[in-house]
Design a binder for this molecule. Structure first.
Ligand SMILES: O=C(CO)[C@H](O)[C@H](O)COP(=O)(O)O
Length: 161
C-alpha cells in the first residue's frame, strides 16, 4: 500500500523509523516532510499535504493511507481533517487504531510521537494499516453523513441547527 507520512519536529525521528519499517514490509512510503529537524517548524502544511495526497490517490483508485505525527498528534489530526475527504483519527492504542478503520474507515491516522515508545508506535500503525473497514451499513451511513455535511453543510433527514 502507499502510505503518505508527515510530521513536525516532535515526530521527526519516529517518522523516519516508521518509513524504514513500512518500506521493509513492502509498503511504498511518501515522505511529506519536514526534510530536516527544526524545533520551530509548524505541522499544518506537512500534514495537509499528506492528507491531500491520500485523497488524490484514493480518488484515482490507488490504495493509500496517511500517517501524521506530532508530539500529541492532536493538532496533526486537526490539520488533516481540514482536507475534504479525509477522516483522520487519533490512535493511541491497538484498539483505537483498529476501531478507526473498522468503524470509521479512517484514511489518516494521527499518532503522538511523544506518547509512545517506538515499538508501540509501530504496532499501532501496523494495526491501522492492516485492519479493514467492516462495511457495516450503520457505519457506512454515519460516514456518508459526515461527507454530506462536509460538502453541503446539511444532513438529509437530520436537523442541523
Ligand atoms: O503535537 C503537536 C500539536 O498537536 C506538536 O507536535 C506540539 O505542539 C509541538 O510542541 P513544541 O513546539 O513545544 O515542540
Amino acid at each position: 500500500m502507499r502510505i503518505h507520512v508527515a510530521t513536525d519536529h516532535a515526530g521527526f525521528e519516529m517518522s523516519k523509523r516508521l518509513i524504514e519499517h513500512l518500506t521493509a514490509n513492502g509498503h511504498e512510503c511518501v515522505d511529506h516532510g519536514p526534510t530536516e529537524y527544526d524545533a520551530e517548524d509548524d505541522y499544518p502544511s506537512f500534514c495537509i499535504n499528506a492528507a491531500r495526497a491520500v485523497v488524490r490517490d484514493q480518488r484515482s483508485g490507488v490504495e493509500a493511507l496517511g500517517v501524521v505525527f506530532g508530539g500529541s498528534g492532536n493538532g496533526e489530526q486537526m490539520a488533516a481533517n481540514k482536507v475534504e475527504g479525509v477522516r483522520a483519527a487519533l490512535a493511541w492504542s491497538l484498539a483505537t487504531a483498529e476501531l478507526a478503520r473498522e468503524h470509521n474507515d479512517a484514511n489518516v491516522v494521527a499518532v503522538g510521537a511523544r506518547q509512545h515508545e517506538e515499538a508501540e508506535m509501530l504496532e499501532i500503525i501496523d494495526a491501522f494499516i492492516a485492519t479493514p473497514f467492516t462495511g457495516a451499513e450503520r457505519h457506512a451511513r454515519r460516514i456518508a453523513q459526515l461527507g454530506e455535511y462536509e460538502t453541503t453543510g446539511a444532513i438529509a433527514g437530520h436537523e442541523i441547527v
